[in-house]
Design a protein around this ligand. Structure first.
Ligand code: ADP
Length: 225
């Protein structure tokens, strides 16, 4: 097994509260890994340590290491913006930007310096196709993303994450606010994406973990059990 991400003896404290206790895990490349466990046990916290999203929380302290392709992402020379481009994230609630569908997807590539219209057109189409939403939106690319349904918005957010060509996609309970049909579309999508991306998803739903994942990691009270 080739591990793309590897946590070693990871402890995380929010002030005085220890939210992760000695977590060690190897996450295989090009598979779907599910993180499961009761509410408050540290799943989301652990997911966010994988692209340093917890850095944004005041008073957070992290010990141990997370290796990404063998390099410690908590090392002092790490470019966090680049890291978050390589390890993208989709949140529990869809959060499209208040702009057109096209501009939502082009946003990331533009911030990384891509200006050429034909190139952006290609990226937008490829990302929306990869997120299995192209057919539903191709005739309304210049309409606001806020007019999409909840399930469509979540796939749009997946497309937006894919537009900057990440290696890894982190999904934090990305289906918990969706109806069963939208949920199954996103589950199918996660399984398709693993041919090219590594997917790590938090879920509180055991059936979802069984349906979608190659490996399931159980968290309990901050520990990986
Ligand atoms: P899960 O995803 O399994 O529901 P979380 O990772 O969200 O669990 O939370 C783990 C623990 O850390 C909980 O006790 C929670 O209250 C606490 N926690 C999460 N985020 C913060 C934060 N930003 N500040 C302080 N405590 C937090």
């Amino acid at each position: 097994m080739e591990a793309i991400l590897s946590a070693g003896n990871l402890d995380l404290y929010y002030g005085q509260t220890q939210a992760l206790k000695g977590v060690s895990i190897d996450i295989p490349a090009r598979e779907v890994t599910a993180l499961i466990g009761p509410s408050g046990c540290g799943k989301s916290t652990f997911l966010k340590t994988l692209n340093r999203m917890n850095d944004l929380v005041p008073g957070v302290r992290i010990e141990g290491e997370v290796l990404y392709n063998g390099e410690n992402i908590y090392g002092k020379d790490v470019d966090v913006t680049r890291l978050r481009k390589q390890i993208g994230m989709v949140f529990q609630k869809a959060n499209p930007f208040p702009m057109s569908i096209y501009d939502n997807i082009a946003y990331g590539p533009r911030t990384h310096g891509i200006r050429n219209r034909a190139k952006l057109d290609d990226i937008v189409e490829r990302s929306l196709r990869d997120a299995a939403i192209w057919d539903e939106v191709k005739d309304r690319l210049n309409k606001s993303a806020l007019g999409l349904s909840g399930g469509q918005q979540q796939r749009l957010c997946i497309a937006r994450a894919l537009a900057v060509e990440p290696d890894v996609l982190l999904m934090d309970e990305s289906t918990s606010a969706l109806d069963p049909i939208s949920t199954s579309k996103i589950e199918e999508l996660a399984m398709e994406l693993k041919s090219r991306y590594t997917v790590v998803m938090v879920t509180h739903n055991m059936q979802q973990a069984v349906r979608v994942s190659d490996m399931t990691a159980f968290f309990l009270l901050g520990e990986l059990v």
